[in-house]
Structure formats: C-alpha cells, structure tokens
Design a protein around this ligand. Sequence first.
Ligand code: TRP
Ligand code: ZN
Length: 490
Amino acid sequence: MSANRYPITLSLTAAISAVLLGAGAACAASEGAAAAPTPTPDGALASGGAARAASGTAGAPGIGDPDFPTDGNGGYDVGHYGLTLSYDPATKRLAGSAAITATATQELSSFDLDLHGLTVGKVTVDGAAAAFARRGDELTLTPSRAIGKGASFEVVVDYSGVPDPVHGDRDLGTYGFIATKDGSFVTCEPNGAKTWFPSNDHPADKATYDFRLTVPQGVTAIANGELDGAPVTNGGRTTFVWHERHPMASYLATMTTGKFEVRTGKTAAGVPVYAAVDPAFHSSLNDLYTRSAEITDYWSTVFGPYPFSSTGGVIDDFAAGYALENQTKPIYGGFPPESGIVAHELAHQWFGDSVSITRWRDLWLNEGFATYAEWLWAEHKGGDTADAEFRRYYANAADPMWAYPPGTARPGDLFNASVYNRGAMTLHALRKSIGDATFFALLKKWTADHQYGNATTPEFVALAEQMSGKKLGGLFDAWLSQPRRPADVP
Ligand code: TRP
Ligand code: ZN
C-alpha cells in the first residue's frame, strides 16, 4: 500500500502552489534512478533458441524521500508482513522469518528490502530460492525470473542474530530493536524497523501485519493490534499471536517483550483496551489503563471515529525517557506518563498512524497535531487554554524555533521542538483564521479522507482552503516556511 511519492524536492511554497494550480505534483512519481537492467539468471531460458531478453529493471534502493534517499525501496508495494520470530532475552538473539506479500509496480529483475545487521539464511520468492546480496542496510533480492509489473509475489526471508539498534546522530538517539534486561524495547521512528525485520522501511508504504512471537515462558510478547487467542506454552516457550489488521507504517511496528502486568477491558464507548506495565511500574497500571481509555474516547469525539480495533499503552522499565505512538499501543520508556503525554501519543493514532506522512519533512503533520492535541486536552481538563499556550510561546521572541521553519523538518534534526510547538502554533493560527466550527470540521474531514493512508502538507493546505473558502497560502507560508517569527498574531 503506497502513497503518492514526491519525486523531486519542492519548497513548501512551491508545493502548495503546485496543488493550488492543480499541477498534481504528487502524481508524477518516479522511484528514483533505477540501476541498469540485470539479466534474469535463468539458464534454461538463456540456452533456448528464442532467448528471453533480460527483462525488468532493478527496483530503486530508496522509495523517493528526498531527505532519506535510501529509506524504503522502489518497484513494489507491500500489502502484508507475516513475522514469525523468537526472542531470547538471555542471549539477545532474534530468529525467525518474515513473509512479505507485495505487488510489483514495475517489471522487476531485482529489488531491495531494508535490513540492518542480522544474518540472512535463506530467501525465497514465490517459493523458489532467490539470490541475495547485502550492501549497507540494503538487502537486494534477485528472483530466479523477473516479476511482472502488477504481479503480486511473496518473499520469505529467514534470518537471525542479535539486533543492533540504530545509534542516530543528533536528536535521533538510539532507536529500533533495543535489548532490555528482561526483553526488548522496540521503538523504530523514523527508520528502525530494519533493525528487526526486512522491510520497506518508510511510512509511504503501509501494510497489515501478523506477529507470531515466541519467548521463554514467563515473558510477555506485545505487538500491535489484537491478540489472536490466548498465548500457547510448549516446552518452556510461549507463543503470542497478534494481528494488526489496519495498514501500519513500519516505524510503528513493535515487539516489546519482558515481564509485564496486563489489564484488558473496554473503553466506555466500547473500544478494546490492552494496557501493560513492567512490574517496576506496578502502581501505574490502572492509571495507564484508565487514562488511555478515557482519552481514546474523548479524541473520538474531537477527531472522528477511533481508527483502530483496540487501544492501550505499554510502560517499560527502560530509561529511554521518550514515548512513541506505536499503532494501537503507544509505549512509554521508563516513566509513568502524565495524561498530557498520553493525550499526545493517542492523538497520533489519528495523526501519524491512521493518516501517515509521505515524506519525513512533513513531520509537523504528526507532531504539530499531537502537540496541539496536548493543548486541547489541558484546556478540556480545565487547565490553560490552547490560546494561552499559543500566546506564551509567541511571547518568547528569543525561542530558537523562530529560526527553524517547521514545515520542512530537517533530516539531521527531525524532532526539533519547532516541529512540535511551532507546528501546533500553526494549527492555532489556522483555527483563529477560519473559526472553530470550520477548524474542527477540517480535522474530522482530514482524518476521514486519509484514513489508513498517506497525506502531504499541500493536501492539508488545499483542504483548509476548500473548507474555509479562504486563501491561506500566506498564513501557512509564514508559520511553516519562514525562518522568523510571524509578524501577524491571530
Ligand atoms: N514520535 C515520538 C513522539 O513525539 C518521539 C520520537 C522520535 C521517538 N523519535 C523517536 C520515540 C524514536 C521513540 C523512538 O511521541
Ligand atoms: Zn509525537
């Protein structure tokens, strides 16, 4: 499942005008420079009289994100990942297979998956052994014959090893599959899924997931979506089967393992809840459960129907000090979250998880919205109003965020506070300009129009203009694209 991709770098203003002019900037997708055609390594055909010409070209090693050129891959669209994995916290070894169902978007002589570290044992494509090669974090597969454009195919990769998380530079920190003392803490934004399964590791290619996770008896394995029956224990090992039936970006996939205390139930509105805490956070289980349930129901009234089949959260005893909006189950690393953080991570279920970005530079569509949700939540609970929060930030002319235009998140500084706070301020400025009724209708239409899909900033601007009947290019340009504090306060 893939979204339109941006083939070229557009400035935000240019991208906005392209959409306003109906130029369809997003439609002229190219997967980037394709490598030279590779002969199909098929001896039988080559020796025949009517020798089959080398067919297909190599899928591109990147999906086309201008800031993360090797993230994701071109030439195919993943529909589903079936991950059958065992993990042993004592040895930190992960082993198993990834069965990936995909559709070719071009005739493919070879294609890449993203994989960081780990040892690949065997690869098959549609049941036949395929050749593979590794270079950096690219795993290149060459099936025994080319895959036709539009064909669906299944890749199975057997692999094992001790996962090596990504040690990102600057604000990215360590992410991916991280071993903890009793299991694993798996938080993959922006591109750490490749540290534990071969993937098209970019949010532009969302897919459904099944997880069949085996751990030593006594360890709990938590993934996205819902458990399929009770875990089964056999010979000292327990297998947990989880299904995420709604499309999910790879960075939101998780297999959090370790000792956990679990509480399940339903929200007042009837959404199933799964809350889990490391025993070190025993006293926070009920708070986590209650807050997650209440906030899921509240956001459903503000942002539109809850998009997934369950909600919840996990607190692990791992001092990451951050939280991630893993689909259906945000994770909180090493701290019992205040309700504002839960409000943030659960708002991401709509903004980021259901409606996903197409390229990382649009990250304010996730973080600006989730931060604005924190302000709305505080106001809902009788704290400071969103307007007061906006004015407090605006008053500080020396805030470094004024130099960082949040509409173009930078690859080396993706999670800059500007993307969060100035992103949220952008929404407040918009709300003041178009009025509460239109603003909240816009949020609901945005989540409905792009549910389970991908979207871009120009699409948001276009929808805001359409629903308000106002020209908003100047407002968005000042708030998202200029390296200075906007002069006009709404
Ligand atoms: N998206 C997270 C949030 O705002 C923050 C985050 C960025 C993160 N990179 C991460 C969390 C890597 C875990 C791992 O809630
Ligand atoms: Zn966030």
